[in-house]
Design a protein around this ligand. Structure first.
Ligand code: ADP
Ligand code: MG
Ligand code: MG
Length: 507
């Protein structure tokens, strides 16, 4: 193999350590995490002791070692991100496309249907309500190895356009691994020739926190410029009641006030319903310590699933916010553009070209895997349905949901698909299963070591987009997330309890 060729498999990693060394490393990792705010709320309140305590935290689930990840794939994912950001923007402008895709789902998915009806109402009113757009997206990838002799390439799992979490804790995880590598000689070529030298380039800096806060600050500035009278405007973060992952969110708030002097207030949808209002000039107003304040940006870390809307009050709040001139991150249109059904339609020939120049469309397509409609009564849908029944081990079935734990995998697929009425199949898509090459790592959850586990990692790249109409103010890849899970588990969410926070060690 020439020295310039991409390596086909990672070096041996992590180093073999004795149990006492692992425990010493674990203690260092846990203390660093507690001291630096790499934490989530502890459980212990509520009748079953399973709700988040408001006064107590525990280290976030972490990988003790960074995980080898091919440099070429990492760089490719970063290159794709500005194109994905543009794609989302272009889709949100195309009501014909969104209607085409959503009309089919409307009858069989009440949640998506309700979001879509807010979108249609807004459209009928002749809006969008605000020309400034802010996107904080995250595109997620798994590695795919076509054969033992080819280097692994990235394949997209999904594109998130709402409430992409863990940017701040992920930035800290990179710091944790940098600390552990500089503090120990465990993975040092001098002592351990088969491993990596951890050089700064191998553990790439992770600016997700700065990028997300920077995007919000930029959108806030655009709003203040546009609404010259709103110099006292504040940012609202819409949150879930009892959120465990609150410190990941708080870090954005602190970054905004410390770096930009911008105040951010946390509000649930229920609170927005109770005390938020829209003025005659359609300004969104909330009550603060200093009385009423106009809202420049609403950043959603809730609102992505049915359980965020237990009553009509939450839906009213969402509609109220959507109808205001506050910058929404995301708008309902941006949220719909991140639907799995949209991802599937975009994979059809010619669809990306509706929104992007041919070379950009071709670039994005390099990371697509097989995506199929399951719509009954269409040739493609019936064919995919038959394919899934015949070869279920090759596939995953996905509903229009976010947040992990919603998919149906492999052997469970036939029974699941056969339990659906034909018209209900439109609410789901079929996707080829990506099977990344397994690696080994040591995972730590609540202080407990899961030793030498066989794991796979999912890379997320944050995408930051700020524009006023079609004038692009910011379009960039902003930091990353690596989540690592035990290979035998299908799902990959950290908050959903399947994965731990990790960082890529580039080779
Ligand atoms: P969600 O929006 O709920 O996060 P995802 O599409 O990301 O939905 O699926 C959740 C998890 O399921 C992913 O993090 C990944 O671990 C796994 N997964 C999803 N799609 C695939 C796929 N095509 N191949 C392998 N694993 C997948
Ligand atoms: Mg998602
Ligand atoms: Mg996901």
């Amino acid at each position: 193999m020439s020295t310039n060729a991409a390596p086909t498999s990672p070096p041996a990693f992590p180093p073999a350590l004795a149990a006492d060394q692992i425990h010493a490393l674990r203690d260092m990792a846990v203390d660093w995490s507690l001291a630096h705010g790499l934490v989530i709320r502890a459980l212990g309140s509520g009748p079953d002791g399973k709700s988040a305590l408001s006064h107590s935290a525990v280290h976030a689930p972490i990988a003790l070692f960074p995980s080898p990840f091919p440099k070429a794939g990492f760089e490719q994912a970063r290159r794709l991100q500005p194109v994905f950001n543009t794609l989302v923007h272009e889709i949100t402008k195309d009501s014909g496309f969104l209607s085409e895709v959503m009309d089919g789902i409307g009858d069989v998915d009440p949640f998506t249907s309700r979001l879509y009806s807010i979108y249609r109402r807004q459209l009928a009113a002749g809006l969008p309500a605000q020309s400034i757009s802010l996107g904080v997206h995250r595109s997620d990838y798994l590695l795919h190895k076509a054969s033992p002799t080819t280097p692994p390439t990235i394949q997209q799992v999904e594109l998130n356009t709402i409430a992409s979490s863990f940017g701040c804790l992920s930035s800290l995880t990179t710091g944790l691994h940098q600390y552990l590598s500089s503090k120990t000689d465990f993975y040092n070529k001098r002592d351990n020739p088969s491993t990596f030298d951890i050089v700064p380039e191998a553990l790439p800096a992770n600016g997700a926190r700065e990028a997300i806060a920077g995007g919000i600050a930029e959108a806030h500035r655009e709003y203040v410029k546009q609404q010259a009278a709103d110099a006292e405007a504040v940012v609202v973060m819409v949150v879930q009641p009892g959120e465990r992952n609150a410190m990941d969110q708080r870090w954005i708030e602190y970054e905004l006030i410390e770096r930009y002097g911008i105040k951010l207030f946390r509000r649930t949808l229920a609170e927005m319903h109770q005390s938020g209002s829209v003025s005659s000039e359609r300004k969104l107003v909330i009550q603060t310590f200093n009385g009423p304040r106009p809202v420049s940006v609403v950043y959603f870390r809730a609102g992505y699933g049915p359980s965020d809307y237990p009553t009509d009050a939450e839906w009213s709040a969402r509609s109220l916010i959507e109808s205001s001139i506050a910058v929404k991150c995301p708008t309902v249109a941006q949220q719909l553009a991140g639907a799995k059904k949209v991802q599937q339609v975009l994979a059809l020939p010619g669809q990306l070209e509706r929104f992007l120049p041919a070379h950009d469309a071709a670039l994005l397509r390099t990371c697509f895997t097989g995506l199929y409609s399951l719509d009954a009564g269409t040739a493609e849908g019936d064919q995919a349905f038959a394919m899934a029944l015949k070869d279920p081990l090759k596939y995953v079935v996905k509903p229009q949901r976010e947040g992990g734990g919603n998919n149906v995998y492999q052997a469970d697929i036939p029974q699941f698909l056969q339990s659906l009425a034909p018209n209900e199949r439109a609410a789901y898509i079929l996707m080829e299963l990506i099977e990344p090459p397994p690696m080994r790592n040591v995972l730590v959850r609540q202080g407990e070591v899961i030793q030498d586990a066989e794991v796979v990692s999912e890379l997320g790249i944050y995408g930051i987009w700020v524009a006023n109409g079609d004038h692009v103010v910011k379009n960039e890849a902003g930091g990353h997330l690596l989540r690592t899970k035990v290979a035998s588990s299908h799902e990959g969410g950290v908050a959903a309890g399947f994965a731990v926070l990790d960082s890529p060690l580039l080779y």
